[in-house]
Write a protein that binds this ligand. Structure first.
Ligand SMILES: C[S@@+](CC[C@H](N)C(=O)[O-])C[C@H]1O[C@@H](n2cnc3c(N)ncnc32)[C@H](O)[C@@H]1O
Length: 211
C-alpha cells in the first residue's frame, strides 16, 4: 500500500552565518530556482511597493530590484543570520535605498500590518515552512492594495519523488510541500475567492491571490 512520506516543517539550517552564506552561494549559482517565478513576475507588470516574505539572504530580492528599477522592496525574514547576510548582500550591490530588511515572522499580524500596503506581496520556497499558513496568508492578503497581488511560489509535493531514496534537505522540502487540493482547502477556509494555482515544471507551483 502506498504510504505518503511528508516531513512537515522540517528543520533546515536557516540560522548560523555560515549556513546563510552557503545558502546565498547556492541561490546565486542556480539558474532554474527562480526562472518561472521571474518570468511570471515580469508578466504581472506590477510596480511600486513590494513585500517579500522569507527573503533569505536577499539574492532574489537583489535580482528583482536590479531588473525592476521602479520598485521598492521590504524584505521580511525570520532568521537574524539570513537577514544579516541579506543586508550585506544588498549593500554590496548598492541597493540599500530600495531594499529594507525586517527581521520578523509572516504569522505576526501586528508586524505585517505595521509595514503598510503593497502592490505586490510575494514569497519563494517559504510557504511550506510556515507553522500556521492560514494565519500568514490572511496577514499577507490584508496588506495588498485593492488591485494588488499576493504571489506565493513554492515547491509542489509530486508523487514521483516518493520513490527517490535521497533524504537531503531539498528532497525533504519537496516532501513537506503542499499539493493543489490542500492549497485549495486552505484558501477556501480563508474565504479567498479570487485565486489561481498554476503548476510550474518540474515540481513547483505559482499561487496568485487577489482581493
Ligand atoms: C527556503 S528559504 C527561501 C529563501 C528565499 N525566499 C529564496 O527563495 O531563496 C526559506 C526562508 O524563509 C524564512 N522563513 C520561514 N518561515 C518564515 C516566517 N514565518 N516568516 C518569515 N520568514 C520565514 C526562513 O528563515 C528562510 O530564510
Amino acid at each position: 500500500m502506498f504510504k505518503r512520506k511528508v516531513e512537515l516543517h522540517q528543520k533546515e539550517p536557516f540560522s548560523g552565518i555560515d549556513n546563510a552564506r552557503q545558502y546565498a552561494k547556492s541561490a546565486e549559482k542556480s539558474n532554474m530556482r527562480y526562472r518561472a517565478f521571474l518570468k511570471n513576475l515580469q508578466s504581472l507588470g506590477i510596480e511600486g511597493r513590494y513585500l517579500e516574505i522569507g527573503a533569505g539572504p536577499g539574492v532574489l530580492t537583489t535580482e528583482i530590484a536590479c531588473t525592476h528599477s521602479a520598485v521598492e522592496i521590504t524584505a521580511v525574514e525570520l532568521s537574524q543570520d539570513m537577514a544579516t547576510v541579506g543586508i550585506e548582500y544588498v549593500s554590496k550591490n548598492g541597493l540599500e535605498d530600495r531594499i529594507k530588511f525586517v527581521v520578523g515572522n509572516a504569522e505576526d499580524e501586528a508586524l505585517i500590518n505595521s509595514l503598510g500596503k503593497f502592490n505586490l506581496v510575494y514569497c519563494t520556497y517559504t510557504l511550506h515552512h510556515w507553522n500556521d499558513p492560514e494565519k500568514a496568508i490572511a496577514n499577507l492578503t490584508h496588506v495588498i492594495e485593492d488591485d494588488g497581488i499576493l504571489y506565493l511560489y513554492d515547491l509542489r509535493r509530486v508523487w514521483w519523488l516518493y520513490w527517490v531514496p535521497i533524504r537531503n534537505g531539498f528532497f525533504n522540502s519537496i516532501r513537506a510541500a503542499y499539493i493543489e487540493s490542500e492549497l485549495r482547502l486552505m484558501l477556501e477556509s480563508l474565504e479567498i475567492k479570487h485565486f489561481e494555482i498554476r503548476k510550474e515544471f518540474p515540481f513547483m507551483h505559482s499561487i496568485f491571490i487577489r482581493k
